[in-house]
Write a protein that binds this ligand. Structure first.
Ligand code: ATP
Length: 361
């Protein structure tokens, strides 16, 4: 295999439990060293995919190729895959070192090799000083790191992480996210991460697969999903956005021209251009709306009046009433540091066509 070959190939995997379809046909390649996140609401099929990859669940159809080998029928212990659980699943009666060596002993690794591997890994993950502690003597973040170290110890080709930060409080969670990402970078391991937290997915992943009702809604980089959502579901699920309902008037090169309550707007169509007369929804991120005193030269410009403000620290969320669009509302962010004035006078709002995704339906 060349290094460009995928480390994981998922070919036509599907899974139902009785009448409930957990996973429709799924095809996906994962490159070595990639941090891939499966993101979606509860019940969308994320954990089922992870469990099939881990060998804890058998698919109804399809194949899993791991490192060039078909492992579809291989049980979990015969796959070069390891898993980090949300509750860490550390053995409470074993020290950090014993927890870490357990899996290696099961694999039949010799004592001297185990010592070498653990010394190396504990130094790398800065766990040396905790080696003889029991899990109860560690903080939540430290326990998480031990669970990760234990899963990395056998040098798996793929690491599966099922909502591994779910048990941490918000502040620690942010810190551990950075740490986990940094460990993934430094080890260059392939991570398959499952979460329903869109912010977590955006900060950590090289690539996000958004799932909805057992199928892939969109697969792309965090930036692609955020700025070029291919469906309304993705636009709403990831971040906050303005949704503008309208009707397509036509196209102009790559741009879609639409009517929004009597205002002509221009956007782009990441999922293919809709036809004239089609009813569409455009997604416009709050931070893409610029404030201007005079009519700006941007592709889109409407006048609005501030009708509400929410102070958020570094920025302010502003509600705007667009009278010329039948009183439709828009939401925008204003940077508090720049001291931009948002008073009672009407303001011009401007945004470019490539910042507004026009979506079908
Ligand atoms: N062992 C099972 N028996 C019956 N139904 C199941 C089983 N496992 C999953 N399902 C169903 O399959 C669907 C997908 O479940 P899955 O656990 O993959 O979703 P998920 O996206 O991981 O959700 P969550 O975030 O809540 O864990 C759900 O409707 C779920 O109820």
């Amino acid at each position: 295999m060349s290094s460009a070959d995928p480390i994981v190939r998922i070919h036509g995997i599907s899974k139902s439990f009785g009448k409930a379809v957990a996973l429709q046909t799924l095809d996906l390649d994962i490159a070595p060293g990639e941090f891939v996140t499966f993101l979606g609401p509860s019940g969308c099929g994320k954990s089922t995919t992870l469990r099939i990859l881990g060998g804890f669940e058998t698919p109804d159809t399809g194949r899993i190729i791991l490192d060039g080998k078909d492992v579809t029928r291989e049980p979990a212990n015969r796959r070069n895959v390891n898993m980090v659980f949300q509750d860490y699943a550390l053995f409470p009666h074993m020290t950090v070192r014993q927890n870490m060596s357990f899996g290696l002993e099961l694999k039949g690794m010799g004592k001297a090799d185990i010592k070498r591997r653990l010394d190396e890994l504990m130094a790398f993950l800065e766990l040396d000083s905790y080696a003889d502690r029991y899990p109860a003597q560690l903080s939540g973040g430290q326990r998480q790191r031990v669970a990760l170290a234990r899963a990395l110890a056998p040098d798996p080709a793929l690491l599966l992480l099922d909502e591994p930060l779910g048990a941490l409080d918000a502040k620690l969670r942010g810190q551990v996210q950075q740490e986990l990402k940094s460990i993934q970078r430094r080890t260059n391991k392939t991570f398959f991460f499952v979460t329903h937290d869109q912010e977590e997915a955006l900060t950590m992943s090289d690539r996000i697969v958004v799932m909805n009702q057992g199928r892939v809604e969109q697969d792309g980089t965090p930036e692609e999903l955020y700025f070029h959502p291919a469906s309304r579901f993705v636009a709403e699920f990831i971040g906050e956005t303005n949704l503008l309902a309208g009707e397509v008037r036509g196209s102009d090169g790559d741009e879609v021209v639409m009517d929004w309550y009597g205002q002509t707007l221009r956007g782009h169509a990441p999922a293919g251009a809709p036809k004239s007369g089609e009813i569409v929804t455009a997604s416009l991120r709050l931070e893409k709306l610029g404030f201007h005193r005079d009519r700006p030269a941007t592709a889109n410009a409407v006048q609005g009046r501030v009708v509400g403000k929410t102070f958020l620290g570094s920025r302010m969320a502003v509600d705007l009433l667009v009278e010329e669009a039948h009183g439709a509302r828009l939401k925008a962010y204003v940077d508090t540091a720049t001291g931009q004035a948002v008073g009672d006078d009407p303001v011009w709002l401007g945004w470019e066509a490539d910042t507004m995704a026009v979506l079908r339906g």
